[in-house]
Design a protein around this ligand. Structure first.
Ligand SMILES: [Cu+2]
Length: 362
C-alpha cells in the first residue's frame, strides 16, 4: 500500500459558502478527501488539517462572544474514529495567541509528546505556526479535545473544545440498542470579557451565560424522538462549572463515566457533570409527551439577568401536537445536527458542522 492518501478538507473552508464570508484560501491538495486508508490490523488512518481562527459566535439574542475556534466553529469539529485508528492532525494557528490541542482522555501510549501541554510536552504553537499531532486513538469512549494554553481563558470562555468519540472494537450490548446518539457540551460565559480576546478567565469572574453546544435557550434545539427509541446522550463538562442535568418524565441509566463503562449502570433522573467530566446516559423513550431537560442549578437557566434561558431544552415525541398556544417552541425552526446526531451516523472521520461556524473577527 502506498502512502496515506487521505487529506481531508481544510476544515475552515467547509460550510463557508453557506453564510460565512470566505476565510483563508483552501490549499488544493488539502481539499481532497478520500476514505480513510485501512492498515494491516484493520485500523484506519485519519489525516486532517485544521486551522484555529478568531471568530465571533452568538450565544443567544444579542449576546455575542469572541472565540479562538478550531476550524472556525464552537463547538469544534467532531472526531469520530474507531479504537486503534491512527490519527494525524496538522494544526495551523491563524490567531494572535499561542494554542495547542490536548486530547483529553486519550492515553498517548508512547506518544506523550502529543499530549498538547505547553512547556511540558511541546511549545505553544505560535501565531502563524503549525504543529502536527500524530497518535493512536485509544481507549474507546466519549473523549474530547481542548486547548491547553491559558486554559482558564481559552477553554473556559473562548470555545476551544470539541468532541472526540472513539467507538469500541467490541461495543457493549446496551450500546448496540441505541437508535440515536447525541452530544451535549456544557459551558459558561462571563459576558464582561466577551469582546476582550486575550483576557478573562480570572478569579471572581461572573459567569452569566450558560450554553449547550454554544447556545443558550431559546437558541438550543429540541431532541426529537419517537416512542421506542433508545437514545444515548453524551454529556460533557466543557467549561469550568458544574451542571446538574435533570430530565423530566424518564428514568435514565448512567452507563459510562469519562468514556469508561461503569461496573453497573446507575438509574437516575439527574446527573451532575463537573468540569472535564463526561457521562453517557441511555434513555428509553417510553413516555410520549414533551419533557424538559434543564440544569438544576437555577442560575444556569438565565441569560444575563433574565430567567428562562441558559441550559434548557426538551425531548419532543413524534405525534405530540405542537400547536398549543402556550408552547414556546410551537413554531421553532428545527436545526438538524445541533447535537451532532447526523454527523455521528456518518462514516468515521472528522466532521465539521456549519451550524457552529462563527463570523471571523475583523
Ligand atoms: Cu488556546
Amino acid at each position: 500500500m502506498g502512502p496515506i492518501t487521505r487529506r481531508d478538507a481544510v476544515l475552515k473552508g467547509l460550510g463557508a459558502a453557506v453564510a460565512v464570508p470566505a476565510l483563508t484560501a483552501v490549499a488544493p491538495a488539502a481539499a481532497k478527501s478520500t476514505g480513510p486508508a485501512v492498515g494491516k490490523a484493520g485500523a484506519a488512518q485519519h489525516k486532517f488539517e485544521m486551522n484555529i481562527e478568531e471568530t465571533r459566535i452568538t450565544l443567544v439574542g444579542q449576546q455575542t462572544f469572541q472565540t479562538f475556534a478550531y476550524a472556525g466553529q464552537v463547538p469544534a469539529p467532531l472526531f469520530h474514529v474507531r479504537e486503534g485508528d491512527h490519527v494525524e492532525v496538522l494544526l495551523n494557528n491563524l490567531t494572535t495567541l499561542p494554542h495547542t490541542i490536548h486530547w483529553h482522555g486519550l492515553l498517548q501510549r508512547g506518544t506523550w509528546e502529543m499530549d498538547g501541554v505547553p512547556d511540558m510536552t511541546q511549545l505553544g504553537i505560535q501565531p502563524g505556526d503549525s504543529f502536527t499531532y500524530k497518535f493512536v486513538a485509544e481507549p474507546a469512549g466519549t473523549m474530547w479535545y481542548h486547548c491547553h494554553v491559558n486554559v482558564n481563558e481559552h477553554v473556559a470562555t473562548r470555545g476551544m473544545w470539541g468532541p472526540f468519540i472513539i467507538d469500541p472494537v467490541k461495543p457493549a450490548l446496551i450500546e448496540r440498542e441505541v437508535t440515536g446518539d447525541y452530544i451535549l457540551m456544557f459551558s459558561e460565559w462571563a459576558s464582561s470579557w466577551a469582546d476582550k480576546l486575550g483576557q478573562g478567565g480570572m478569579p471572581g469572574d461572573v459567569f452569566d451565560y450558560f450554553t449547550i453546544n454554544g447556545k443558550s435557550f431559546p437558541e438550543t434545539q429540541p431532541i426529537r424522538v419517537k416512542e421506542g427509541d433508545v437514545i444515548r446522550l453524551r454529556m460533557f463538562g466543557a467549561g469550568g462549572g458544574f451542571h446538574s442535568i435533570h430530565i423530566h418524565g424518564h428514568v435514565f441509566e448512567i452507563v459510562f463515566k469519562d468514556g469508561h463503562p461503569l461496573p453497573a449502570p446507575i438509574k437516575a433522573d439527574t446527573v451532575l457533570v463537573g468540569p472535564g467530566e463526561r457521562y453517557d446516559i441511555i434513555l428509553r423513550c417510553d413516555n410520549p409527551g414533551r419533557w424538559m431537560i434543564h440544569d438544576h442549578i437555577d442560575s444556569h437557566t438565565m441569560n444575563g439577568h433574565t430567567p428562562h434561558g441558559g441550559v434548557m431544552t426538551l425531548i419532543e415525541y413524534e405525534g405530540i401536537p405542537r400547536d398549543q398556544s402556550y408552547y414556546h417552541w410551537a413554531h421553532k425552526e428545527f436545526v438538524p445536527d445541533f447535537y451532532y446526531e447526523q454527523s455521528l451516523r456518518k462514516p468515521h472521520g472528522i466532521h465539521t458542522n456549519p451550524n457552529f461556524k462563527g463570523v471571523p473577527v475583523a
